[in-house]
Design a protein around this ligand. Structure first.
Ligand code: PXP
Length: 265
């Protein structure tokens, strides 16, 4: 599918601040763990991504430690020169670890052991009282909290009620829509993300997005004026096999920058 098959953002974001690129290095650890040992090193990948233009690094410490491990998170915090976004489930164990590591930010996500990847946003509406104490603990320790949510107005509203300074809008449905072949579905998925970004911004919440972003779909998301950060992992690591991580990050950075100034491919 060509980039032009996606709806074109008609709202150049030039007058808004730039959109940051957070590189998720989980799948460098996936590759390492496939064989055990220490190679390839996700921290080395983080340094390389930063040198290529990443504004921050994201790592998801899953409860089952299937890719990133505790030691990776600690090394990332100690060694990288850009902000660390510690992605995690809202559990007492993870919150305690996060308080110990003191990353720049914590992105709370739902986690189910059998899923291959994070399959959707948090149900803030259904689980507000469960998640609230975790958010409060992190915020009172000075850690910026981002809530990963579907582009649903009720979830955004609840993020505000819970006092989250940031939401990360789940873009997985938008990516999947590309395979459904109907332009209406792609448009509807895009419109929901755009509306959620506008709503969050109006409520004073910083807007991030991520999941399933690639060279073809990133520009329309990056062109949403309220978008301040995109977190991208799996596609970049896949492209790194072909073009190198340095070039993959640089190309993603270029596409995001161009989208902000209205130069859509
Ligand atoms: N943001 C969040 C909250 C995620 O859970 C993930 C996947 O780990 C990403 C961004 C990155 O998604 P992808 O690997 O598909 O680029």
């Amino acid at each position: 599918m060509q980039a032009t098959d996606y709806p074109q953002g008609n709202n150049p974001a030039a007058e808004f601040p730039p959109c940051r690129l957070g590189v998720n290095i989980d799948h460098v650890a996936t590759l390492r763990n496939a064989r055990g040992g220490v190679d390839p090193d996700p921290v080395r990948a983080a340094h390389l991504a930063i040198a290529a233009g990443a504004d921050g690094i994201t790592a998801h410490l899953r409860e089952d430690r299937r890719h990133i491990r505790d030691d990776d998170i600690r090394r990332l915090k100690d060694e990288i020169s850009k902000p660390l976004n510690f992605e995690m489930a809202a559990t007492p164990e993870m919150v305690s670890l996060c308080l110990e590591v003191q990353p720049h930010a914590s992105c709370l996500v739902p986690e189910r052991r059998m899923e291959r990847t994070t399959e959707g946003g948090l149900d803030l509406v259904g689980q507000a009282e469960f998640i609230r104490p975790h958010i409060d603990r992190l915020l009172s320790a000075g850690i910026r909290v981002s809530l990963f949510v579907d582009p649903d107005p009720n979830q955004i509203e609840m993020a505000k009620t819970l006092g989250a300074p940031v939401v990360e809008i789940h873009t997985g449905d938008y990516q999947q829509a590309a395979f459904s072949t109907t332009p209406e579905r792609i448009q509807a998925a895009f419109d929901a993300i755009k509306a959620a970004a506008e709503q969050a911004y109006e409520l004073g919440i910083e807007v991030h997005a991520g999941h399933g972003l690639n060279f073809q779909n990133v520009q329309n998301i990056a062109a949403i004026p309220q978008m301040r950060e995109l977190n991208i992992g799996h596609f970049l690591m896949g492209e790194a096999v072909f073009m190198g991580l340095d070039q993959a990050v640089k190309e993603m950075r270029r596409l995001i920058n161009d989208a902000r100034t209205g130069r859509l491919v």
